[in-house]
Design a protein around this ligand. Structure first.
Ligand code: HEM
Ligand SMILES: [Ca+2]
Length: 345
């Protein structure tokens, strides 16, 4: 049994409203104990069979979660781009060998850094994690893992940007390795078609609905032109633009990119999510892989649902983010707690 949240069973029985603003208001129905994966081969057991806990640092570092919330809040007030940066970090960490801060390690002897993998080239937010870590180290040295900081800071970023709060257990430990080649081959591509994207998420245990909701992460942040340049003039060697692009939007993207400006997603706000799905309905998805959600009947149904029902997306997104943040993790005596997030201790 993987560490996942039973979504359909719990959500159908309770009429819940989202967003919750904190742990206190979160219904206990979602807090069934997490059971982490058993070692099935008894060999490469980088995950342990111990699970995460509610408020793991309650005795060892009771200030930890408050510090994370404060730092993210303070930085967000100065520059709202911290929110998308932190959210994307969670995705890129947890998707590759679990939520183990493998994404944070710098290249070193014996470390093939994931930062050097092409899909991670534009990743941001490492400085934010370092800042949080150093503030926490001043209060309780050597206690709080970088993996927990990534997951919790990502959550705070979502909340700051107007997205839903979701509760997270803690106690993840940090990997001693980084997985550059795995990241290169297994992070999804912006040029992937729908079946490839669905297969990629299915390989991590996400069903179609969860995949559509996770892509709502693209409600915030910036996207560089190079990731959709091929859609503008010569799509699939046709010498024509991507036919799934709305014409007016195509012209907008062309002019922005000619002026060497990048495309911003909708930006933060009360409508976290809704506008992203509405733009897909209008053929205004920026990435090919985003727009592909409209290429399937089933995925299109969820896009429509999220575009029209403003309370459905926050709920589904919160549950999918909980699942992403618990995808796999190291606990117990596996891994370590790093002193600096970019180096093995
Ligand atoms: C098919 C899956 C996905 C693909 C192909 C993909 C690809 C990309 C690409 C190419 C960018 C632009 C990076 C840049 O220009 O610097 C981006 C940005 C971003 N992605 Fe994704 N992504 C995927 C799924 C997700 C998921 C599941 C999340 C989170 C739940 C996410 C969160 C973000 C965020 C927040 C940004 C903006 C980052 C920033 O502005 O700092 N992405 N993604
Ligand atoms: Ca990882």
């Amino acid at each position: 049994q993987n560490a996942e949240i039973k979504k359909s069973s719990s959500s159908s029985k309770t009429a819940v409203k989202w967003p919750y603003s904190s742990w206190d208001s979160f219904p206990s129905v979602f807090l069934s104990p997490l059971t982490s994966m058993e070692d099935d081969d008894g060999e490469v057991s980088w995950h342990s069979n111990r699970s995460l806990e509610y408020d793991f640092y309650r005795d060892s570092c009771p200030e930890a979660e408050r510090i994370i919330r404060r730092v993210v809040h303070e930085l967000y007030e100065v520059n709202s781009s911290v929110a998308p940066a932190l959210l994307r970090l969670v995705f890129h960490d947890c998707f590759i060998e679990g939520c183990d801060a493998s994404i944070l390690l710098d290249a070193a002897t014996g470390i093939d850094s994931e930062k050097d993998s092409p899909p991670n080239k534009n990743l941001k937010g490492f400085d934010i994690i370092d800042k949080i870590k150093s503030e926490i180290e001043m209060v309780c040295p050597g206690v709080v893992s970088c993996a927990d900081i990534v997951a919790l800071a990502g959550r705070e970023g979502v909340v700051q940007a107007g997205g839903p709060f979701y509760p997270l257990y803690t106690g993840r430990r940090d990997a001693m390795h980084s997985f550059r080649d795995v990241a290169t081959s297994e992070l999804p591509s912006p040029n992937a078609d729908l079946s490839e994207t669905l297969a990629s998420f299915a390989s991590r245990g996400f069903d179609l609905r969860e995949t559509v909701s996770l892509l709502g992460g693209h409600s915030i942040g910036v996207i560089h032109c190079k990731f959709f340049q091929n859609r503008l003039y010569n799509f699939g060697r046709t010498n024509k633009p991507d036919p799934s692009l709305d014409t007016g939007f195509l012209n907008l993207l062309r002019s922005r990119c000619n002026d060497r400006m990048n495309m911003a997603y909708e930006g933060p706000g009360v409508d976290f999510g809704t506008l992203y799905y509405r733009s897909l309905l209008q053929g205004k998805g920026i990435l090919y892989s985003d727009q592909q959600l409209m290429a399937g009947i089933d995925t299109g149904i969820w896009v429509r649902a999220y575009a029209s029902d403003i309370s459905l997306f926050p709920r589904d997104f919160a549950l999918a983010m909980m699942k992403l943040s618990n995808l796999r993790f190291l606990t117990g005596s596996k891994g370590q707690v790093r002193l600096h997030c970019s180096k093995v201790a």
